[in-house]
Design a protein around this ligand. Structure first.
Ligand SMILES: *Cc1c(COP(=O)(O)O)cnc(C)c1O
Length: 392
């Protein structure tokens, strides 16, 4: 069978994209169309053979025993919390500087997200924030249950320090690795740094599908079995036996088929991202704050965030030259209407506040040409140059 094979839209040669999925599609040729056509042919649209195959390949990629795919990164986080029976009265520590999903899943289960601050260099959960957060939790009469560090912008959080504090208090650690698949620390790949790791296959994430998707990684066989049951309505040993209250959170077979093709080129794409990040650093480190990696740590470079004053002005100047940028995230969660009633460590101005005002994410994807990147770099240089004091 053949799908109608429209070529990707004509590309403006000079257009700079924030994330360029059409360049990736050109590279993959018709492999994705053929993979989708195979699913249309066999017709097993839910939990078809590609889902198992993807899970096996992701497990091999990350050196983890079990990968349970699911319908989004948010559901990956939610399923892990459900597997640990998180509920009312439980406190779960999350960074305030993250995407809403990290705290949302905690609140959805009736538990309390407790907002910690982040490190100003790595942008991820500051372990020294956990002490004050634990004291706040105790005063509020909540039971500390777990920590969800976020590998913001692609760099793994400081799991060894966080894990140490968590185990002292009998807490689990759930890695929010929605942005960091493909990174590692001291040779340990993302997927094995915490008892459970959640990732996202949202199209613009480092490994993205053509819709929503996610997965949980774990070495714990019981956990994996609970996750599989929970993603299919808490199913037991047969379809109409329900051993838990679950949800419908399966990954579509079509998305698994897309991901198998993209995973094949993912290791190379990680190297290409690293090269883009290195060129940004070489060109910009002296004039703006550039991201810093911890020792022995790599990043999947989901975002390349520079720190600057007058961020919004700079963004407008870049846009005027056809250079798209993004602000991740303009407001810390502990200041959001939906979350500000929850406990937060921040007392006054926090690192999360400062980052939300100064970080600007530059175009970052594996197919950013040197020529295009040089245009971005020149534009940033011009935009941050302070106008000479005028004396008129
Ligand atoms: C994208 C993202 C999520 C949610 O993933 P979805 O697949 O969009 O549900 C969660 N946490 C972080 C840090 C993210 O960047």
């Amino acid at each position: 069978m053949t799908l109608s094979r429209k070529s990707p839209p004509e590309r403006e040669p000079d257009e700079i994209k924030f994330v360029d999925l059409s360049a990736q599609r050109l590279r993959l040729g018709d492999r994705i169309e053929r993979a989708i056509a195979r699913v249309l042919e066999h017709g097993m649209f839910v939990l078809g053979p590609e889902v198992d195959e993807l899970e096996r390949r992701l497990a091999a990629f990350s050196g983890v025993r079990h990968v349970v795919s699911c319908s989004s990164g948010t559901d990956a986080l939610l399923l892990a919390l459900m597997a640990w029976d998180v509920g009312p009265g439980d406190a779960v520590f999350v960074p305030s500087f993250t995407f809403a999903a990290t705290a949302e899943v905690v609140a959805l289960l009736g538990a309390t997200p407790v907002f910690c601050d982040v490190d100003e260099k790595t942008f991820s959960l500051d372990p020294s924030s956990l002490g004050p957060a634990l004291r706040k939790t105790a005063r509020a009469g909540l039971a500390p249950k777990g920590v969800i560090p976020v590998d913001l912008f692609g760099q793994p959080a400081d799991y060894s320090t966080i894990d140490h504090i968590a185990s002292e208090h009998g807490m689990w650690v759930l890695a929010d690795a929605a942005q960091s698949l493909g990174a590692e620390r001291s040779g340990t790949p993302v997927g094995t740094m915490a008892p459970a790791t959640a990732t996202s296959f949202y199209p613009s994430k480092p490994l993205g599908c053509y819709g929503d998707g996610g997965a949980v990684f774990t070495n714990d066989s019981d956990m994996a079995a609970r996750l599989r049951s929970l993603r299919t309505h808490g199913e037991g040993t047969h379809r109409y036996e329900h051993v838990a209250v679950g949800i419908n959170a399966r990954l579509d077979t079509v998305q698994a088929a897309v991901l198998i093709e993209k995973l094949a080129i993912f290791p190379e794409e990680i190297v290409l991202r690293l090269r883009v990040a290195q060129r940004y650093e070489e060109a910009l480190a002296e004039i703006v704050a550039v991201p810093r990696l911890g020792q022995d740590t790599t990043s999947a470079w989901a975002q390349y965030a520079i720190g600057i004053d007058h961020r919004d002005e700079v963004a407008a100047k870049l846009l005027a030259q056809g250079i798209p940028t993004a602000v991740h995230y303009p407001k810390p969660l502990h200041r959001q209407p939906a979350y500000r009633h929850h406990p937060a460590v921040a007392d006054g101005r926090s690192v999360s506040d400062a980052l939300s005002e100064t970080l600007l994410c530059l175009p970052m994807h594996p197919y950013l040409s040197e020529h295009a990147q040089d245009r971005v770099i020149d534009a940033v240089r011009q935009a941050v140059r302070r106008p000479a004091a005028t004396s008129s």
